[in-house]
Design a protein around this ligand. Structure first.
Ligand code: SAM
Length: 347
């Protein structure tokens, strides 16, 4: 809502105009390793020392550090010896690579992939399609083919997707009591961070990560510790290959990648495979029913436009897709964080 002050001086518009500058400052400080260095040394450092350690110009580093202070990602101390910078608590926890709650990998994915696709947002809106061709010169007909244009890009995507579950995983898995389901398939389970949360929250569960062969290969080798025997793997294409029988299927951030036809096709296969009395757990960021928000989800939906074939949906839209596939007794839980949970049952 605009107030008189907004009309006199457009604070909000100016803030939005600089929105991407804010993102880019955080991306750059992460990419250069500013927060990692300050965590490692454990003491406040001068701009010149940070620049020397990270191999950057002094003038560029000083400006970057000052902008990070403005964003509350760094704190500054003025002493007789000069100006010294240190991490704020939030940066230590979320922006350093080694922290258990690190968001570093998703930030790097935004900086190196999402940002480039968003450069073509106007084209995406005009054409109603993803922008891989313009951004990376790769065919945009198969979004995951484009996303996984090299093994390095695939690893970065998987690490990025994993990041969010250290801050939201428990909430989506505890939204419903899933302890009665012991045989679980995580369809499109990727790097497996949610599967790891699942076996830690429900120690009696056995979960199989089902994903494309090259994803499974990397998940097995790089992401899931070999001693984690409660997690198994299944290589397959959930549109073209069979889906094995299980009690519960988790589809986390899967349906938002696809249009309604593909979602119905996939959910129907899941319903057919599901044991009677079993269910499906959708983990998605839910739009308000009138699509008035949350803003983060509206922005994610734009991101689905520039990167995939899908969109974010309301809980009523997900319920309709589930019902069309045969699922009933649909329950919705909003977690208040980025991702929510929808549970459907097979009678
Ligand atoms: C947006 S990511 C979500 C990853 C994970 N579920 C999470 O929540 O972090 C979508 C996942 O679906 C997988 N995927 C895409 N198409 C697939 C297909 N046809 N068959 C199996 N998995 C697929 C991708 O490899 C990727 O791991």
């Amino acid at each position: 809502m605009s107030s008189i002050e907004d009309l006199d001086y457009p604070q909000l518009i100016l803030q939005y105009n600089s929105g991407f500058l804010v993102s880019k400052v955080m991306f750059t400080a992460c990419e250069l390793g500013v927060f990692d260095l300050l965590l490692e040394t454990g003491e406040a450092m001068s701009s010149d020392t940070i620049a020397a350690c990270l191999g950057t110009s002094s003038t560029g580093m000083e400006r970057l550090l000052d902008a990070c202070v403005g964003l509350k990602l760094l704190a500054v101390e003025l002493t007789q010896e000069g100006v010294f910078y240190r991490n704020t608590e939030i940066s230590n926890i979320y922006l350093t690579k080694s922290s258990p709650k690190s968001q570093y990998h998703i930030i790097m994915y935004y900086s190196n992939s999402v940002y480039l696709c968003w450069h073509y947002l106007t084209d995406a809106v005009r054409e109603g399609r993803n922008q891989y061709e313009r951004a990376f010169g790769v065919s945009s007909n198969d979004p995951f083919g484009a996303m996984y244009r090299s093994e390095e890009e695939m690893m970065k995507f998987m690490a990025g997707q994993n990041s969010v579950w250290s801050i939201c995983g428990r909430d989506v898995l505890a939204a419903f009591d899933l302890s009665t389901f012991t045989q679980i398939y995580d369809l499109g389970g990727g790097g497996g961070a949610l599967a790891q949360e699942c076996v830690s929250l429900y120690p009696n569960s056995r979960i199989t990560i089902y994903d494309l062969p090259k994803v499974v290969q990397v998940a097995k080798k790089q992401f899931i510790p070999p001693e984690e025997h409660r997690i198994a793997f299944h290589s397959g294409d959930f549109f073209n290959d069979s889906i094995p029988e299980a009690e519960l299927y988790i589809l986390s951030k899967i349906l938002h990648d696809w249009d309604d036809d593909k979602c119905r096709q996939l959910l129907t296969k899941v319903y057919t495979a599901c044991k009677p009395g079993g269910g499906v757990l959708l983990v998605e960021s839910l739009l308000n029913e009138d699509k008035s928000g949350p803003l983060e989800t509206q922005l994610y939906s734009m991101n689905m436009l520039v990167q995939t074939e899908g969109k974010e949906r309301t809980s009523a839209e997900y319920s309709k897709l589930l019902e069309a596939a045969g699922f009933g007794d649909i329950q919705v839980k909003r977690t208040g964080k980025l991702y929510d949970a929808v549970l459907g049952r097979k009678e």
